[in-house]
Design a protein around this ligand. Sequence first.
Ligand code: ADP
Length: 391
Amino acid sequence: MLNSGSSSVKFALVHPGSGERTLSGEAEKVGTPEAVLHVPGDSGVPVTEQLTDGSYQAVISRILGHVHESGSGPGLVGAGHRVVHGGERFTASVLVDDKVIDAIRSFIPLAPLHNPANLAGIEAVRAARPDLPQVAVFDTAFHQSLPPRAFRYAVPEEWYTRYGVRRYGFHGTSHRFVSQRAAALLGRPLGELRLVTAHLGNGCSLAAVRDGVSVDTTMGLTTLEGLVMGTRSGDVDPGMFGYLADRAGLSVGQLTDVLNTASGLAGLSGVSNDMRTVEAAAAAGNERAWLALEVFVHRLAKAIAGMVVGLGGLDALVFTAGIGEHSAEIRGRVLASLGFLGLAEDTEANARHGRDTGGRISPDGPVLALVVPTDEELMIARDSARLIAGG
Ligand code: ADP
């Protein structure tokens, strides 16, 4: 499994059946002369290697070298890549061929930071191991099932037909994984469930999942839409652009940058983009940190209720990713705001993150709340193994 970002490459050797990771690591400052690779050493303690050539090609050759040295080379059946944007073309994971590469390239304008790096990873594996099957797993694919009423913006038709302006949604691999896992934990077929899945990490998004299919989501054309996040604003009034252009003399590019990198929890609290730090500051009496939590929770609860419209009812709310899996406070406050949907908190189960209750953090009843740890790497490995075996 490879996740090639704009300056990093994360990798893990994953057994798709057991989920076991026999090797994992991360390269940083890729594409620069200071590139380094962190890999587990002999005693399990991570060691850092300086790479004289920091190109994607050199970094990936070195990663494949480690796979070989670990003795796992013969067991390697393929490489699965996280790819951020699959446009309207990819509704599921695919085996990589020339046409897939061209299509991923054609979506670069929609994901200018991510798709070029994802492609560089695919091309580097191809150059090093032309025989090795590769699979692309798209963040957007799971949401291609959204109906037009959920994915279209009320803007001129031509913006959609000419420029692809529509809601795509992201974090699809995580929403898909936790919805499957939630069904297993509930002991009910996914095809009968109405779920809202809440991926709350540095980036945050919700999905409305009916019968295993995404019918609505909070992220849109870009990853800026929707919930309040670590450094991202989520929804704002688009009229803000013209207003601030006049008042503050900022360009569209500058405003977009501030909304992506200096807003959200960081902008509101002035303390941190990290939920742990914001929670600690709020508990110590920092009023701005407290307000950041209030806005985060209010907007999250409001958006969860909104997702229920697409489902026509709710069987379970699923929390996942860093905040969703670890912050009993945020989960408890969200559940307290959503009593009218039949949700409630089981304080003890929530404090223990649902560990002794099969994920459940609400009292037993018709509408449940669950904590389900996400595992995008395993989902990528499973999709890859399935496609490679079938193809
Ligand atoms: P990414 O989206 O980069 O994968 P994560 O899923 O790891 O990130 O989520 C990171 C977020 O999770 C951060 O805001 C971090 O503060 C938060 N988080 C992690 N552990 C806790 C915790 N114990 N309590 C509150 N928030 C937590």
